[in-house]
Design a binder for this molecule. Sequence first.
Ligand SMILES: Nc1nc2c(ncn2[C@@H]2O[C@H](COP(=O)(O)OP(=O)(O)OP(=O)(O)O)[C@@H](O)[C@H]2O)c(=O)[nH]1
Ligand SMILES: [Mg+2]
Length: 221
Amino acid sequence: MSEPVAVICGRPNVGKSSLFNAMLKRRVAIVDPTAGVTRDRVAARVERRSGAFLLVDTGGIGLFDDVALKDEVEDQIEAALSSADLVLLVVDVRDGLLPADEAIARELRVLGKPILLVVNKCDGVAAERMLGAFYSLGLGEPRAVSALERFGVEALIEEVLERLPRREEPREEGGEGPIRLAVVGKVNSGKSTLVNLLVGEERVIVSEMPGTTRDAVDVPF
Ligand SMILES: Nc1nc2c(ncn2[C@@H]2O[C@H](COP(=O)(O)OP(=O)(O)OP(=O)(O)O)[C@@H](O)[C@H]2O)c(=O)[nH]1
Ligand SMILES: [Mg+2]
């Protein structure tokens, strides 16, 4: 049985990858102050005593038209969302509610999937006073978190586990797990093309541009 999937999405730079890492308690996804850093969808398993799920980080929705690989990033976000059992829409408390957030919320609602609204960067600001504005998205109670300080992150995980369909029990300890194979090589040598060929789908972004892949992407095979 496939495991339940929670997908993190939102505008560029709201801290999606930071939240992904905070939930995993490991630095997996690349975090950077510039917008549009994440390109591929990066997935990893979150496991707690009460259950487990696959968590997916995605690129920012609504990149500027001149951003390299915009279409490819959007295809990856779409693929991630279509696999989602639950969507975590991340917004930034410091920016407040922006029209771009409203546009994303509208798009997501059309998918008809359950959505959790996550208000990130609730550190060092009077976050409680600013949460109210986000109710107007019509996505229920906004969950305040700080990916940076891991504030609210465990509570969020418990809530995700409650909202997801229970399909996956925590793995037995001591299991061997799958063989881990790394595909490495010179810039533009066709590593991503090879990975896609092996799994039979556009799992990672391929382009002629050297340095397309940024994150290390785990792909079950
Ligand atoms: N103060 C504060 N800063 C944060 C928090 N989470 C992320 N940031 C900062 O926000 C910036 C963007 O973080 P990322 O996690 O790369 O954001 P992202 O949404 O994945 O960005 P893209 O992949 O480019 O769309 C970085 O400078 C982070 O350090 C937080 O909880 N508090
Ligand atoms: Mg990112």
